[in-house]
Design a protein around this ligand. Sequence first.
Ligand SMILES: Cc1cc2nc3c(=O)[nH]c(=O)nc-3n(C[C@H](O)[C@H](O)[C@H](O)COP(=O)(O)OP(=O)(O)OC[C@H]3O[C@@H](n4cnc5c(N)ncnc54)[C@H](O)[C@@H]3O)c2cc1C
Length: 426
Amino acid sequence: MDNNSGILILGAGISGLGAAYALRSRGESPVILEKDDTYGGLCGSFTIDGFTFDRFVHLSFARDERVLKIFNASAGKVITHIPNPFNLYHGKWIKHPAQNNLYPLDADEKKRIIADFLSRPQITEIEAVENYEQWLRLQFGDYFAEHFPMVYTRKYWMCEAKELETRWVGQRIYQPSVEEVIRGSESAETPVTYYAKEMRYPETDGFRHFFSLLTKGADIRLKKHVIRIDMVSKTVETSDGMVYSYGRLISTLPLNLYPSLMNEMPDGVKEAALKLKATSGYHISVALKTKNIPPYLWWYIYDEEILAARVYSPSLKSSKNAPEGCSSLQMEVYCEKDEYTEQELLDRTVGKLVELKIIDRNDILFTHLGFEPYANVVFDKKIYDSRAMVRDYLQSVGIETIGRFGEWDYLWSDQSLLSGMRVVDE
Ligand SMILES: Cc1cc2nc3c(=O)[nH]c(=O)nc-3n(C[C@H](O)[C@H](O)[C@H](O)COP(=O)(O)OP(=O)(O)OC[C@H]3O[C@@H](n4cnc5c(N)ncnc54)[C@H](O)[C@@H]3O)c2cc1C
């Protein structure tokens, strides 16, 4: 038995590190248990042969002063990007968001999109909208909804739009006026309407360089996979047979893992935990020996025969992410683990970009596949009641849940960090 009877934090992602940082600043000495062999969780970065990649896209649009102070003190030089993403749709490049940048489409398709947009029913009460599919149809008209966001939902959220509710949407999806849609169909010259006005990224060492300060003096125990929590004896067991006692337990672990971590849990809570759904997926990284890649920082792909939902360029985020004269791409494919073989994943992502002449096969130095078991929480209709029930129960047995999967919410890195730092507010 490890004789730490103080504060135990489960998970060394940005929220767990943030919690430990805030506690250390109060004179506490928390211990962090992390299953991986490195820190950072989803905000982590890795380097292979001089190419640095993150675990999915990762740029920062943090505004909170406390977060900015930590990010700036950690990262050294920071690069600022003005977001101007693109879409790849049936071989055509369309500025994002596609609905008000229809210019590159054929005249017939534009006509159908605009006709459906103009004749869509008007929304009076957002509460009356029952699901995301209905929201999309009301917002954009049937044709656009069916050919763009409903397809993208299948690729990104791993479900049909009608299975999602709508409160999560907020400002994430641009809702253009009639004038904007018509102007964007007649001209390529349209203003950038992406919801974040600028995005920041460390010049060196990948996204996680933003929070290197949080690891200074942190007691992180790596390769400690938590397999059991016993709230009676107040102990946590890891897969290597170690047992840690605690006086206070703070956890960033996904809420739907608890039925397998706890010996006893009321049936209703267990059921609620198992109803919580999240996406999972692969990041497929590509190192190239030339700079012959599209000039877009990131782009969305609507065609379903290409498995990737989104592609971005680590070397455009920072040129220091690739050796001199080289470039890199990374693609996101959302699916279950082993849903596709490695070869299928590569053929239907990298192979498709080669077929479309977006990259040249001879330029590829290596590819790398990484799987993330938890990516985004899925906002279906049961999420709000289920997560409240599980969190309330865990709180009642002395487990504080923080971070993206502890709050079970659509938190960006800065919000996850703040979720962790709030442990000192209680
Ligand atoms: C596709 C994608 C793109 C994103 N892009 C951006 C972006 O551009 N900008 C932005 O600000 N945010 C972005 N985010 C959000 C950001 O990644 C999260 O907010 C943040 O990483 C969540 O941090 P966390 O510490 O709460 O969770 P995690 O990072 O998931 O940390 C949890 C930690 O717990 C560990 N763990 C899990 N189970 C166990 C166990 N049993 N035992 C021990 N350890 C365990 C995990 O290994 C992990 O290290 C993106 C997320 C996704 C999925």
